[in-house]
Design a protein around this ligand. Sequence first.
Ligand code: PGA
Length: 270
Amino acid sequence: MNWRSDALLPVPSSATGRTRLLSANWKMNHNHLEAIATVERLYRVLRPEQFRYAELSIHPPFVDLRSLQLLFESDRMPFVLGAQNCHQEEGGAFTGEVSAPMLAKLGVGYVIVGHSERRRLYGESVELVAAKAAAVVRSGMTPIVCVGETLQERESDATAAVIVAQLEAVVASIPADSLSKLVVAYEPVWAIGSGQPASPEDAAKAASIIRETVVIRGGDRAANQVRVQYGGSVNAMNASAFMAAPGIDGLLVGTASLDPEGYAQLIKDA
Ligand code: PGA
């Protein structure tokens, strides 16, 4: 749900025709009261005119979603609600899980799937991530699919192969006419939370591998419309260099999105 008046809707890039997307991945941080305070502060220090170049999605923990939905609606805040994960089934005996239709009902627009923390810490396979992405699409939301290599894979020159393998399964699981809506976040595992970002050149290279993978099933149109984010130690200092990298349409920001003043600065500087 986007509450911006038409005059303040994000303007697509004149160079690419794609609407840029900056996403705040809060991970397991901010309870619902902290979430409300953080968003109110962000809204206060950031005027909509300052970020017409991008959509802004905020991905809090599940338990914060209802509070933020009400806040965005009541104050007409120009943020899109996001989630960090979902279950691949629509409902049933899956203790502790949250389904995509439940998220859609809360006005969630974007759902992160396949974050490397979930692949690594919770054993999410390529097939499971693809099933989750398909569930998100079936519920009318947009998946932000995270792909990226470990340091070991990078050192053995397997970066491109890893990106292709992770993405191919997702691309195969989604109806071809939905592929153009996909968002893919290139997040090298070694760059996440490490203070050691990849280079804008690495990000640009990943973006072209991602589009080459999408083109095979989705054709040129889908490959041109897919949006690619970079994530991994993004901060206010390096954000604009990543945004300027060829083929990069946005950022997935963890640590630097938690503090509203710092994040507002990052958004203004990107
Ligand atoms: P980071 O996290 O910005 O703290 O590196 C990014 C992410 O995991 O999405």
